[in-house]
Ligand binder design. Sequence first.
Ligand code: AHR
Length: 500
Amino acid sequence: MQAKLIVDKDFTIGEVDKRIYGSFIEHLGRAVYGGIYEPGHPSADEQGFRGDVMELIRGIDVPIVRYPGGNFVSGYNWEDGVGPVELRPRRLELAWRTVEPNLFGLGEFVDWCRKAGTAPMMAVNLGTRGPEEARQLVEYSNHPSGTYWSDLRVQHGYKAPHAIKTWCLGNEMDGPWQIGAKTAEEYGRIAAETAKVMKWVDPSIELVACGSSALGMPTFPEWERTVLDLSYNEVDYISLHQYYGNRDKDSANFLAQSMGMDAFIGSVIATCDYIQAKKRSKKKLHLSFDEWNVWYHSNEADSRIEPWSVAPPQLEDVYNHEDALLVGSMLISMLKRADRVKMACMAQLVNVIAPIMTETGGGAWKQTIYYPYMHTSIFGRGTVLVPLVESPKYDAKDYTDVPYLDAIAVHNAEAGEVTVFAVNRHLSESLPLSVDLRSFGSFRLIEHIVLESDDLKAANTKAAPDRVAPHTRGNAVVESSGSGLAASLGKASWNVIRVK
Ligand code: AHR
């Protein structure tokens, strides 16, 4: 068994838009309350933002964070979350069957983003509301002053506009679970009209239309075709959402699922380009993969949660080693289409299907999936190179010809570095790999980072927060020819090989 990766600096896919390393904070479970916001916590600042969580987030360098939902946004009145906290209403929150105290809202989120070194990506409610409330929200957020809504923001203590550039037009509007779900025709029209007035208020903003909630939705890809036919000129991105799980306890099949993601991305690009052709448009639509992750571990526990409490422990997946491998492959899938995938949000950031876990009142730690997310965000910036991959393959339950090697290389010309990200999907054997870097001249190895474990189900918990953690004892070496690398990738491992 031998695998090979050939890359050349002149054969490029595209520049990485750093926003593909975005994430997501929803008013759901303990993402906000007990996650990023916990007044009284020993690490909290004067606004109640947890410092320990912020430090872990800074470690990933998250460039953009989507807010406030998710399903939550489809029943949300943004006005409930601004102004004096003591006047804000407690509301029944129907999407997740909780009580929302509205102690944290738009202003707090924007402040938190600035402190965390990230940018806000705001979603508007197109479930129970429409263009009117959306344009008012843009006016409140982005108009300097001198009008009712912008002056209200000033009155609330924010003289400078929030300057929110990126906006989502609703959330998963095709899903029957969505408050105010719509047909593609209904949504396409409302999305176009909402986009129009939002951009009339602030022409500098960019807008994401909802695509299907998942590749497996019966409406996919007809939904995309119809929605874009009705809104192509008004919007800038179409969203993709996809979660995977290993319910059948079939790890070989589980790790192959990023091939479904490759196909999903390809089909959405094709649909966008079909509409572009149909409209004889010069505009190329880009993709915002604004929800993606592994999500299944917590499903059963969630079904036992009593409704109508504040911030219950919902969607608290405890991630294991194999989850980190699939997350690595999902990141590779997005890098492979860096030419069109310009934004993406790991769903979510803290506690709720997240790379960071906290104990309310206690500590914070890194889940296994933190590592591939951090590695790609830190080292995966620059130009993605076309990956010529030769690899032995296997057949799984839902996918055939699955390459054991999943790999991509990113060239950071500014730093003079090339980073290879590689997963060995083989569950019991290591995979010898040669990397041909023919056009890069001479280089030296900086490091070979490896995330591996003898137990695919090993997880990080409060009691053992570092059970699965990367090391830099990878065995990659520069070949004697000087133009390539040789390594043996451990069974079921995530690898980051950096050269300069
Ligand atoms: O991220 C959790 C939920 O998954 C979001 O609220 C929703 O958009 C999706 O179904």
